[in-house]
Design a protein around this ligand. Structure first.
Ligand code: OVV
Length: 412
């Protein structure tokens, strides 16, 4: 920033406060913002390395370097006071606190180790064949109707056809899974209408999830059963096992729905990239990863400062919420060449779409497997994806994605 400590900053529309931190009057949880976040992402990045959002009284970082730095200093920027706007030191959480997402070192390491093992590369490898067959069957089914909604019929239908089985859930009640996730991801946001309405209607979804987290309700061989088995070895208690199953029910479905939705939306909008993928279907994994960078299905998370700290020369006090714009970091021109281009041959490593550091997505191998097998099936079977109607956006305080994407596909 320029030298002045007060007065308007040149081009950002920001007013600097006494600390030299620009104050912005944008609401990143409004439908106007969700409809087109990119000009505001640019404003946030250009205003300074750290900004203050007067609307919600929080600090925010939108540049790659600062988002990465905050993610990788979990003792200073803690998760234990919640990773949404609500500070658990001041407000009661809407549900019992997560013992992995909303936990800090050293306690976090023990629960994280359990999920790392349950969702390890060797375990996920054994799922590949079945997931690939399900993706191929789904695409064959869609090729029969040709015109469909790529969100409901593909991005939602495919994860729903494989993930609840992999968890070991019973059939009954699975319709609660997506609505429960919608509550969870809206609840990270401020007390706006999205959050309040979601919580108002959450009781039946919460009751379902609470019940399915119990050991007697899951198959022993699935992810949930494997978590519960760790109670026998004494690594965790039975109650802790239930809370870790809850984490997978919360975070395992709507994230991949929006990841796969993002990838299909990208391939439909950028046919030259779909052509590249068709030429070489082994690019499927990269094409999915680039969609996660490009759309950032998980847009934001908060941290809370545990002490006074400096971010890029700006002092922030203890007990302050810091909002991290993962989606803005993933398109920061300081870090990425042509950040606004979807390029499946790009080196995506280092993107923060799955986070970074000790809390980085524990289910990332399952997510990538789902994305890869679906994009492989599309590449092998489909010649063209045409958007045939106005895509409708879905508004959520944390997740970015579409509500509907009407498409017509042509067989290869
Ligand atoms: C809604 C959500 C997202 C990610 C993780 C969790 C929940 C959790 O319960 O750990």
């Amino acid at each position: 920033m320029s030298a002045a400590n007060s007065g308007p900053a040149a081009d950002s529309g920001a007013i600097e406060g006494l600390s030299g931190i620009p104050h912005l009057d944008v609401d990143p949880f409004s439908t106007e913002f969700f409809s087109d976040p990119y000009p505001t992402h640019d404003l946030l990045r250009e205003a300074g390395p750290v900004v203050y959002l007067d609307k919600w009284n929080v600090y925010a970082v939108a540049r790659y370097a600062e988002v990465h730095a905050v993610l990788n200093d979990p003792l200073t920027f803690c998760s234990g006071r919640g990773v949404g706007l609500s500070d658990f030191a001041k407000e009661k959480p809407w549900r019992p606190q997560s013992i992995i997402l909303e936990a800090d070192p050293p306690a976090h390491a023990r629960t994280r180790a359990v999920l790392n093992q349950v969702l390890s590369a060797s375990v996920v490898k054994r799922l590949r064949e079945g997931f690939a067959a399900a993706a191929a069957a789904k695409v064959d089914e869609l090729l029969k109707v040709k015109s469909f909604d790529a969100i409901a019929d593909l991005a939602e239908a495919f994860p729903m056809s494989v993930f609840p089985d992999a968890l070991g859930l019973k059939q009954e009640g699975r319709e609660h899974l997506l609505p429960y996730a919608v509550v969870g991801f809206n609840a990270f946001g401020p007390p706006n209408e999205l959050r309040q309405k979601a919580l108002e209607r959450s009781a039946p979804h919460q009751a379902y999830v609470q019940e399915q987290c119990q050991r007697e309700n899951v198959a022993p061989e699935g992810f949930a059963g494997c978590i519960h088995a760790r109670a026998d070895t004494g690594d965790i208690t039975g109650a802790e096992a239930s809370l870790l199953v809850r984490a997978l029910l919360s975070a395992g479905i709507d994230t991949t729905v929006n990841g796969i939705g993002a990838a299909v939306y990208c391939l439909a909008r950028f046919p030259e990239q779909f052509a590249l993928l068709r030429q070489d279907p082994t690019l499927a994994r990269s094409a999915f990863e680039e969609a996660v960078r490009f759309e950032s299905p998980v847009q934001t998370f908060f941290r809370t400062t545990t002490r006074e700290v400096e971010i890029s020369g700006h002092r922030i006090g203890e007990g302050e919420k810091v909002l991290m714009f993962l989606g803005a970091a993933n398109r920061d021109p300081r870090r990425w060449d042509a950040p606004d281009s979807y390029d499946i041959t790009r080196r995506t490593s280092g993107h923060v779409g799955f986070g970074s550091g000790i809390h980085m997505c524990v289910g990332q191998l399952v997510a990538r497997l789902e994305g890869e097998v679906m994009l492989t099936a599309l590449a092998q079977r489909i010649a063209k994806i045409e958007i045939t109607g106005e895509p409708k956006r879905r508004f959520n305080n944390t997740l970015r994605g579409l509500d509907s994407l009407p498409v017509t596909v042509t067989p290869a």
